[in-house]
Design a protein around this ligand. Sequence first.
Ligand SMILES: CC(C)(COP(=O)(O)OP(=O)(O)OC[C@H]1O[C@@H](n2cnc3c(N)ncnc32)[C@H](O)[C@@H]1OP(=O)(O)O)[C@@H](O)C(=O)NCCC(=O)NCCS
Length: 167
Amino acid sequence: MNPPVSPLIAPVIVPADARHIDALMVVMRASFDPAFGEAWSALQLGGTLALDSSFARQALDAAGVAQGFTLSRSAGPEVELLLIAVHPGQRGNGMGRALINTACLDAVRRSASEIFLEVRENNQAALSLYRQAGFLEVGRRPNYYAGVTGARFAALTMRRRLDNFDL
Ligand SMILES: CC(C)(COP(=O)(O)OP(=O)(O)OC[C@H]1O[C@@H](n2cnc3c(N)ncnc32)[C@H](O)[C@@H]1OP(=O)(O)O)[C@@H](O)C(=O)NCCC(=O)NCCS
């Protein structure tokens, strides 16, 4: 059980790296709907964290335990947000918003001019978060995600330009 984060206390967002794989995997396993197989394995996470082009953040609770994270990758003037997750027990308190804003800030610091992501079309919580954070839909890949029931869902590509990001 995770105690709820008080909305009056902003989460502490700090860099994450290969030393934090176990803590991030706890959040990963709890966060993603198994119906869509979107959670990464520890091997996949470690492999990406090992790349010079990747960067990650974790959101810590008052006890210093990771309750959320982002994983991003730079590619020239673009950054791709590969993953964002908040532990179910901590949702709805602004942690996701703080994480995505920090990922955008990190991208600006890497001189990126835009940040992209892909999201399943029926992931309402993530879609709302991204729209609220200024991401706009720029592409659609039909039938990209398959659920365990066989239902298929499009992937929406979303982009946020960073030229007007307020540091
Ligand atoms: C998407 C996710 C990261 C949001 O984290 P969160 O900490 O609950 O988000 P926040 O509390 O910061 O909410 C910010 C905004 O997101 C949207 N949002 C969050 N949860 C929502 C929900 N259940 N339904 C609709 N919109 C929601 C709202 O726009 C909200 O703003 P508001 O509070 O002003 O309404 C979280 O639900 C999650 O980890 N989901 C599973 C993993 C996942 O699907 N990741 C995305 C694909 S990689």
